[in-house]
Design a protein around this ligand. Structure first.
Ligand code: HEM
Length: 511
C-alpha cells in the first residue's frame, strides 16, 4: 500500500511539474510572440533591459541603433516598453495620424518633483485638466494681441540687455554667453509675464544673479536626465544617481522664486486696482483673478504655479541654447557669418538695431536660425509621450502604455532628406525644397507641441542673434573668441560646451 502511495505521489509531482513547465513555456512563447509583433530592436537584458545601450548621449546612441534596427524600433528600458521613431514618415504617423493616442505623458520624477506633481502643462497626462490648462495658456495668456502689445518692450529689453553685455565686456573681460543670454531672455519673459516687467526688488535681484541662472540651467539639465528609478521602480527609493535629491533642491528654489512673484503681485495688484482704474492686467494678474468658467472650472493653486513655471522657464533655456548654438556655428563658419553680416548691413545698416518687422526681409538670417534648429534641436527626443490605447504604427500593433521617443537628432540629419546633413549650411533653406513639416520639428508637432504662435515671440531670437552676429564678427577679427569645454546632460542641450566671448561690439553708436 505504502509503495503504491509513494508511486502516486511521484506521479502527481511529475504531473504538476509538467503542467508548470508547459505553463511557463506557454508564457514564454506568448511573450516572444508579443515581442515579435513589436517593431525590431535590440534584445533586452533582465532587469535593466536596454538601458545600458543609451550611453551618455542617448539621442546619438539611439540614432546609431536605428541604423541597425530601422527608423521604427522597439526597446525595453528597465521594465518599460518604448518605441523610438527616427524618420519623418513615422514621426507623422505618431504625431499626426495617431496624435490623440500618443498625446499623453508618462509619470516621471521630472514631472513629479520639478513640475509641481505634473500639474504644469508639459508633464501633465492627457485629459480634461491638461486641456483646460492649455486653453487658459493659449486663449488668455499667450495671445497674438499680447505678443504684439509687448513688441515694443521686447525691443527695449534686447537693447538694454546688449548694453549690459557691453558693460560686462568693459576692459576686455570675456563673458559667459549662456549666463548673459539667460538673463536677457528671462527679462524678456518677465516683460511678457508682468506689467513693465517689474518683479519685486528681491525677486528682480535674484533673477539677475548668476546663481539663479545656474538654478535654471540645473532645472533643464535635470529635465533631460534618465533617472534609474523611473525605469526600474524598486530602485527608485535608493536614488542611486542622486538626481531626485538635486531635483528637490532645484524645485525648492524655483518654487520660492515663483512664490515671490505671486506675493509681490498680490500686494501690487491691491494697490493698483484701488488707485488706478486703467490698470492693465498682466499674465500673473489674469491667473490670480480669473473667474470660474461657465462650467465651474478654475485653475488650482499648483496648476497656476505650473503654468507660470512653463511660461517663465519653458522659453528660457530653449532660446538661450539656440542663440548660443547659432553663435558657435557662426564662429565656426566664417563664410556664413560674412553672408549674414552682408545681409544685415544691406537691409538694416549699422545705424539702428534690427526690428521684428525687418525679419521678413532677412531670409538668410532666418535660414541661419532654421539651420541651427535642424542641427541642434534643443529637445532632441522631445518630451516623452505615452500611448493611451493600442495603436498601429508601421503596421505593428503597439500596446497601450507604451512610451515614445521621437529622435529629432536622427530625423534632422537623415541623409535621405538632407544633403550634406552634418554641415552647417543655411543656404539649403533658400534653395532646397524643405520637404514635409515632419522633416524639421524643433517644437514637436500635434497636440503636445510648443505652440506655433510662440514663433512670433521668438522673432526675438533673430533680433538678438542679429546684434550678437555683428559683435561676433568683431570678436573674430580680434581672434579672441574662446570655447570652454564642460560635460553636461540637458533636456534642452546636446552640446557639451558653453560659449565664452569677448565682444568688442562694433557699431550701434545709437544704442
Ligand atoms: C526656442 C524655443 C522653443 C523650442 C525649441 C521649444 C521646443 C519644445 C518641444 C520640443 C516641446 C515638446 C513637444 C513634444 O513633446 O511633442 C515643447 C513643449 C512645450 N513648450 Fe516649448 N519650445 C520653445 C519655446 C517655448 C516657450 C517660449 C514656451 C512658453 C512660453 C514653451 C512652452 C512649452 C510648453 C508649455 C510645452 C508643453 C506642451 C504640452 O505638453 O502640451 N516653449 N517645447
Amino acid at each position: 500500500m505504502e509503495e503504491g502511495n509513494g508511486y502516486s505521489a511521484t506521479v502527481v509531482q511529475a504531473s504538476l511539474m509538467t503542467v508548470a513547465a508547459v505553463f511557463v513555456g506557454l508564457l514564454l512563447i506568448r511573450k516572444l510572440k508579443a515581442r515579435k509583433r513589436l517593431p525590431p530592436g535590440p534584445t533586452p537584458w533582465p532587469v535593466v533591459g536596454n538601458l545600458p545601450l543609451l550611453g551618455p548621449l542617448p539621442h546619438w546612441s539611439l540614432a546609431e541603433l536605428a541604423k541597425q534596427y530601422g527608423p521604427l524600433m522597439s526597446m525595453r528600458l528597465g521594465s518599460i516598453n518604448y518605441i523610438i521613431v527616427s524618420s519623418s514618415k513615422y514621426a507623422e504617423e505618431v504625431l499626426k495620424t495617431n496624435d490623440i493616442v500618443w498625446a499623453s505623458r508618462p509619470r516621471m520624477s521630472q514631472g513629479d518633483l520639478l513640475c509641481f506633481g505634473s500639474n504644469d502643462i508639459a508633464y501633465s497626462p492627457y485629459g480634461p485638466r491638461w486641456r483646460y490648462a492649455r486653453k487658459v495658456f493659449t486663449l488668455e495668456l499667450l495671445t497674438t494681441k499680447r505678443l504684439a502689445d509687448f513688441q515694443k518692450s521686447r525691443r527695449k529689453e534686447v537693447l538694454s540687455a546688449l548694453n549690459a553685455v557691453v558693460d560686462e565686456c568693459a576692459g576686455g573681460r570675456a563673458v559667459r554667453m549662456d549666463l548673459v543670454l539667460g538673463k536677457m531672455i528671462m527679462t524678456l519673459v518677465s516683460r511678457m509675464l508682468l506689467n513693465e516687467g517689474k518683479l519685486g526688488a528681491q525677486t528682480e535681484a535674484l533673477k539677475d544673479s548668476d546663481d539663479f541662472q545656474e538654478v535654471v540651467k540645473e532645472l533643464f539639465e535635470l529635465l533631460g536626465v534618465f533617472n534609474l528609478g523611473d525605469y526600474i521602480p524598486w530602485l527608485d527609493r535608493f536614488d542611486l544617481q542622486v538626481y531626485k535629491k538635486r531635483m528637490r533642491i532645484a524645485a525648492q528654489k524655483i518654487d520660492g522664486f515663483l512664490q515671490g512673484i505671486i506675493d509681490d503681485h498680490i500686494e501690487n495688484h491691491k494697490l493698483q486696482t484701488s488707485e488706478n482704474q486703467e490698470y492693465v492686467q498682466d499674465i500673473v494678474d489674469v491667473l490670480l483673478t480669473r473667474p470660474r468658467d461657465a462650467d465651474g472650472q478654475n485653475l488650482t493653486h499648483v496648476e497656476m504655479n505650473g503654468i507660470m513655471e512653463d511660461v517663465m522657464f519653458g522659453g528660457t533655456d530653449t532660446s538661450t541654447n539656440t542663440i548660443e548654438w547659432a553663435l558657435s556655428e557662426l564662429i565656426r563658419n566664417p563664410q556664413v557669418l560674412q553672408r549674414a553680416q552682408e545681409e544685415l548691413d544691406f537691409t538694416v545698416g549699422r545705424e539702428r538695431i534690427v526690428d521684428e518687422s525687418d525679419i521678413p526681409n532677412l531670409p538668410y538670417l532666418k535660414a541661419v536660425v532654421k539651420e541651427t534648429f535642424r542641427l541642434h534641436p534643443v529637445a532632441p527626443l522631445l518630451v516623452p509621450h505615452e500611448s493611451t490605447d493600442v495603436c498601429k504604427v508601421g503596421g505593428y500593433a503597439i500596446p497601450a502604455k507604451t512610451r515614445l521617443f521621437v529622435n529629432l537628432h536622427a530625423i534632422h540629419k537623415d541623409p535621405e532628406v538632407w544633403k550634406r546633413p552634418l554641415d552647417f549650411f543655411p543656404e539649403r533653406f533658400l534653395t532646397q525644397d524643405n520637404g514635409t513639416d515632419f522633416d524639421l520639428l524643433p517644437f514637436g508637432s500635434g497636440r503636445r507641441c510648443a505652440r506655433g504662435r510662440i514663433w512670433a515671440w521668438f522673432r526675438s531670437i533673430p533680433s538678438s542673434l542679429f546684434c550678437f552676429t555683428l559683435a561676433t564678427g568683431g570678436c573674430l577679427e580680434s581672434r579672441r573668441s574662446k570655447t570652454w569645454t564642460r560635460v553636461r546632460d540637458s533636456a534642452s542641450l546636446s552640446r557639451r560646451n558653453f560659449l565664452c566671448m569677448q565682444l568688442p561690439f562694433l557699431g550701434y553708436q545709437g544704442m
